[in-house]
Write a protein that binds this ligand. Structure first.
Ligand SMILES: Cc1ncc(COP(=O)(O)O)c(C=O)c1O
Length: 467
């Protein structure tokens, strides 16, 4: 009696990405109330700069008090339901989008569609450009939520562009071509490429070379390019972030046919740390898409009081400037703490310059170099070490042993605790390994051993040694 959509598993809810959250919910870490609980490191949330937002709100009570120039605007906001959005908010948002891109490009509010977060923006774009069964190519590893956002309700398909650690997971021409051919082999019509720049989960921004490659690719194949730039203001190291808009501008492609097939997704969930407010947007040079997406936005509007609050906040240029620079400084410091903390345990991260997470190489900690080995390690991390981190397989990474570890959704103390747990885990693994070798060497000296003894654990070996 229920719809096929309801019973389909395309949502991806059973992925280890979401399962880890469920485990965390059952036993959440708290420094005092639950010090042995699971530490949540699987959530790309920025809690490092709340004090800056709160202090702005305290100094600007009208913005949350439904007031403008001391006059109540409660009725105006309560009745507002135009899906084009509040003009003041759209103006403030496009200006902020320029600011996060170093004012290298400007955005026209006419080309902006407001949505309830980037989740809704990505799905709306899928509805606008793909029919059920059409495919989008996405570089791996990718944000696990895309399976839900792009495929579940639209019926669109994702074909991975396989990137590898051999070149730091960069997009290459051959990987793009291979994915395109793979889609064709599966009889799927390719409608476009979707990139996340800066990348979730890599924490790196795309190079100019990769962006040029992508523009060339979509030009020759006559397909769309969606650039999810939700982390554009969350870049804290070099190289600087380059938006796809900048590439179009520098190549004189703005207002050209190609630019009608390039769409940007943005949101304030990451850059301002406001995922609960559900503020997202589509920016597109394609009038038909802007018109259709605006109509569709009826299903996921941003409430008028949120638009009002943010129009006031983002119009305060002094605030946005100091917020962006201080937030970057804090993120950089936090990322360095994680990288150094893991280094102390001999664990290496992919060099990154952006995002709220690191892409961590845990291949040496796996018993077997396989996806089974990765899941076994993940279970150990969640249940023994009590850290929820996201395995690479949940991000569709083609190589086992990589994990996404978030660093901005906790306090300094919690991060220190997490690093201590990792160190104890790695040290105990090393000690077990050394002990096992020592026991085997001792045993070898005294007598020759049958082959099966070499597969025993150190505890079992000790027992054998004692016999
Ligand atoms: C790349 C990417 N796109 C979209 C989203 C969803 O963002 P929002 O909260 O604005 O819907 C996320 C959230 O993690 C993300 O990482």
């Amino acid at each position: 009696m229920l719809s096929a959509k309801l019973t389909s598993n395309a949502h991806g809810q059973d992925s280890s990405y979401f399962l880890g959250w469920e485990e965390y919910e059952k036993n959440p870490y708290h420094q005092i109330d639950n010090p042995n609980g699971i530490i949540q490191m699987g959530l790309a949330e920025n809690q490092l700069s709340f004090d800056l937002l709160e202090s702005w709100i305290k100094n600007n009570p009208d913005a949350t008090g439904f007031k403008k120039d001391d006059q109540s605007i409660f009725k105006e906001l309560a009745l507002f339901q135009d899906y084009h959005g509040l003009p003041a908010f759209k103006n403030a948002l496009v200006r902020f989008m320029s600011e996060t891109r170093g004012n290298t490009v400007t955005f026209d509010p006419k080309n902006l569609v407001l949505t309830a977060g980037a989740t809704s923006a990505n799905e709306t774009l899928m509805f606008c450009v793909a029919n059920p069964g059409d495919a989008f190519l996405i570089p791996t590893p990718y944000y696990p939520g895309f399976d839900r956002d792009l495929k579940w309700r639209t019926g669109a398909e994702i074909v991975p562009i396989q990137c590898s650690s051999s070149n730091g997971f960069r997009i290459t021409r051959s990987a793009l071509e291979d994915a395109y051919q793979q889609a064709q082999k599966q009889d799927l019509k390719v409608k476009g490429v979707l990139i996340t720049n800066p990348s979730n989960p890599l924490g790196t921004s795309l190079s100019l070379h990769e962006l040029d490659l992508l523009v060339n690719f979509i030009s020759t194949k006559n397909i769309h390019l969606i650039s999810d730039e939700v982390y554009s203001g969350t870049v804290f190291g070099s190289p600087n972030f380059v938006s796809i808009m900048e590439v179009l501008k520098n190549r004189n492609l703005v207002n050209n046919e190609v630019s009608k097939r390039v769409h940007i997704v943005y949101s304030l969930s990451k850059d301002l740390g406001l995922p609960g407010f559900r503020i997202g947007a589509i920016y597109s040079g394609n009038e038909d898409i802007v018109a259709a997406a605006t109509k569709m936005s009826s299903f996921g509007l941003i409430s008028s009081q949120t638009q009002y609050l943010l129009s006031e906040m983002l119009s305060d240029r002094k605030f946005t400037k100091s917020y962006l620079s201080e937030n970057r400084r804090r993120l950089k410091k936090r990322q360095e703490t994680l990288v150094k903390g893991l280094q102390k345990s001999g664990i290496r991260c992919l060099k990154s310059n952006a995002g709220l997470f690191c892409w961590v190489d845990m291949r040496d900690l796996m018993k077997s170099k396989s996806f089974e080995g990765e899941m076994e390690l993940w279970e150990k991390m969640v249940y023994e070490v009590r850290l929820n981190i996201s395995p690479g397989s949940s991000c569709h990474c083609s190589e086992p042993g990589w994990f996404r570890v978030c660093f901005a959704n906790m306090s300094d103390e919690t991060l220190a605790q997490a690093m201590q747990r990792v160190k104890s885990f790695v040290d105990s693994k090393k000690n077990n390994h050394n002990r096992r070798h020592q026991i085997l060497n001792n045993a070898r000296r005294t007598r020759s051993l049958p082959k099966w003894v070499f597969s025993l654990t150190s505890t079992q070996l000790e027992a054998v040694g004692q016999r």
